[in-house]
Design a protein around this ligand. Structure first.
Ligand SMILES: CC(C)(COP(=O)(O)OP(=O)(O)OC[C@H]1O[C@@H](n2cnc3c(N)ncnc32)[C@H](O)[C@@H]1OP(=O)(O)O)[C@@H](O)C(=O)NCCC(=O)NCCS
Length: 174
């Protein structure tokens, strides 16, 4: 028979009060997992870990990741966004959520964090391109007050349909 000591209670307290998800900058050790998420989201045009690393080495590229804790407290990436900011104008390079972790608000949280970061970094506008048939993404962006400012026909070789149209959307940060 053994009673719990102070250290045991502190460990239990830390475990119960630990946030289940945290958002932070992408780290090198995330890259393999992010490449797997990207491949699950964009099977026709996956970005490998070397490609992601190459982008993140650029000073203009911002990468944010959602890490989710499992039962043992280990945090694993479940969603990420990459954006580029040059001379006050930013663009989303990609956003991807692990299919088993969708509809839990992770994309919205990533985008809200990104918008705050970009505002802090003096960005004036944020652009993105989205497949006109991607209802989930369109709904996400509309809720974040992006508006359509153009389109590119036949833009996506591996879109919702072959040669899918890209809608160009924009939101102003200032
Ligand atoms: C689009 C995507 C990023 C959304 O990620 P998510 O974490 O599931 O989205 P969230 O839970 O944060 O949802 C935020 C809002 O997006 C919209 N949305 C998300 N998934 C949706 C779906 N399947 N159908 C309709 N609207 C959806 C809703 O407006 C939702 O708000 P609500 O939950 O209050 O209704 C995700 O589906 C994904 O990774 N898709 C594959 C990659 C992709 O298409 N990336 C975008 C390329 S431009």
């Amino acid at each position: 028979m053994s009673a719990w000591g102070t250290a045991d209670w502190l460990t239990a307290w830390n475990w119960w009060t630990m946030p289940v998800t945290v958002i932070g900058d992408v780290r090198t050790e995330d890259l393999e997992r992010l490449a797997a998420i990207h491949a699950a989201c964009f099977p026709g045009a996956p970005w490998g870990s070397a490609e992601l690393a190459g982008l993140l080495r650029q000073d203009t590229v911002i990468g944010l990741v959602v890490r989710r804790a499992n039962f043992f407290g280990t945090r694993t990436p479940v969603a990420f966004v990459l954006a580029r900011l040059v001379a006050g104008e930013a663009e989303i390079l990609t956003i991807a959520v692990d299919p088993v972790h969708r509809r839990r608000g992770f994309a919205r949280q990533l985008m809200e964090n990104l918008l705050r970061r970009l505002y802090h970094d003096r960005a004036e506008t944020l652009f993105l391109e989205v497949d006109a048939g991607n209802e989930a993404a369109l709904s996400l962006y509309r809720r974040l007050r992006f508006r359509r400012v153009g389109e590119r026909k036949g833009y996506y070789a591996h879109g919702t349909v072959p040669g899918a149209t890209a809608l160009v959307m924009r939101t102003d940060l200032r």
